[in-house]
Design a protein around this ligand. Structure first.
Ligand SMILES: Nc1ncnc2c1ncn2[C@@H]1O[C@H](COP(=O)(O)OP(=O)(O)OP(=O)(O)O)[C@@H](O)[C@H]1O
Length: 259
């Protein structure tokens, strides 16, 4: 984990009077799992949007593998090896899990037709391999709209991995996942990404997940990075506990009451 994979320098972006990015400097190291935490509206998604080409910063620069990617189109950025998953999974709901994966594999080769996977068995084979790795093989034939949230999130991330990224940005990979499933989902995810040597940046509201899976944590606050370091240090910081964790100890998914 020695070389810088992605470098953001002086990123600024305001929406009217709201400074969603107010001077973001961040180096993401090859091989690391970097968690982004911070209160609602701090600018976490804006950072992902700028890095993946969905938003263009008003100033500042983003380099990936030493190459300037600021303002490039999302598809061009994917081609360079940066993929993302969204807070709300972007699956084709009327298709099966396997069909979704095969479509993602085909799209990597610039083929967008839903018929492509039928014509090329190779796409289906690769989709199957991904499903095995993500522990989803048993539900390969299930329609995406019938999945529970944990499986839906994993399938969505498997589609991003089908693009063979070197860097994957995930916006809240555990949001909406039942508390009882959350750790298993992240464990699967972390195993697959480490095996595939994918560097991961993920926005996360669950501090237990952050503590267990992040190598480093960046704390976002009003468009800036307020703290950065190993989870044990950052999460123990009284200012972070007061301003971030205090707010975030109320997960979106309620814990089931103990019997
Ligand atoms: N496209 C946009 N147009 C206008 N305002 C926007 C846009 N995108 C983000 N914002 C505003 O910028 C600020 C940062 O938003 P962002 O979604 O990046 O925060 P966040 O930290 O990801 O929040 P959350 O945890 O709620 O997802 C918010 O005040 C938001 O309303």
């Amino acid at each position: 984990m020695s070389e810088v994979l992605l470098q953001a320098a002086g990123l600024r972006l305001a929406f009217g009077g709201v400074r969603a990015a107010d001077g973001i400097d961040l180096a993401v190291m090859g091989g690391e799992f970097l968690a982004i935490i911070g209160p609602n509206g701090a600018g976490k998604t804006t950072f992902i949007n700028m890095t993946t080409g969905y938003l263009r910063p008003q100033s500042g620069e983003i380099t990936y593998e030493g190459r300037r990617i600021t303002g490039m189109a999302p598809r061009a950025i994917v081609k360079l090896g940066i993929a993302r998953s969204f807070q709300l999974p972007q699956l084709f709901l009327e298709h099966t899990v396997e069909q979704n994966l095969a479509l993602a594999v085909a799209s990597r080769e610039g083929i967008w037709s839903p018929l492509a996977p039928l014509r090329r068995p190779r796409y289906r084979e690769e989709a199957h391999d991904l499903l095995e790795r993500f522990g989803l093989a048993a539900i390969a034939g299930t329609r995406a709209d019938a999945l529970n949230e944990g499986a839906r999130k994993l399938a969505d991330i498997a589609m991003a991995v089908a693009l063979r990224p070197r860097l994957l940005l995930m916006d809240e990979p555990t949001s909406g996942v039942a508390a009882s499933e959350k750790m298993a989902v992240v464990e699967t995810l972390a195993r697959v990404l480490r095996e595939a040597k994918v560097t991961a940046v993920f926005v996360e509201h669950d501090m237990d997940v952050v503590e267990r899976f992040a190598d480093r944590v960046a704390v976002w606050s009003q468009g800036r990075i307020a703290a950065l370091g190993p989870p044990q240090e950052v999460l123990a910081d009284p200012a972070v506990q007061r301003d971030v964790i205090g707010i975030e100890r109320h997960p979106a998914t309620p814990e089931a009451p103990h019997a």
